[in-house]
Write a protein of this length. Structure first.
Length: 68
C-alpha cells in the first residue's frame, strides 16, 4: 500500500477521519484516511494523494501528490 496513489472521496484533515479510494488487487477500494504526520492542511475531495503509511485492515495516512 505504501507508495500507491489514490483520490480523496471524503475530506482529510487534522481532527477529521477522511476517506480515499485506491486501486488495489485489480479493483478500487475505500480506506479511512488521516493526514500524514507533519501535514496540517485539509486535503479536499478530488485531490490525488500518496499513501505514506498503512495500518491494516483499512486505515491509511496520506499526503497530496501535487502542491497547489
Amino acid at each position: 500500500m505504501v507508495g500507491m496513489t489514490g483520490r480523496v472521496t471524503g475530506t482529510v484533515g487534522p481532527g477529521l477521519v477522511g476517506e480515499v479510494i485506491v486501486r488495489v488487487r485489480g479493483g478500487a477500494e475505500h480506506f479511512l484516511a488521516y493526514p500524514a504526520p507533519g501535514e496540517s492542511a485539509r486535503i479536499a475531495v478530488g485531490t490525488v494523494v500518496a499513501v505514506v503509511e498503512y495500518q491494516p485492515p483499512r486505515t491509511v495516512y496520506v499526503m497530496p501528490v501535487y502542491e497547489g
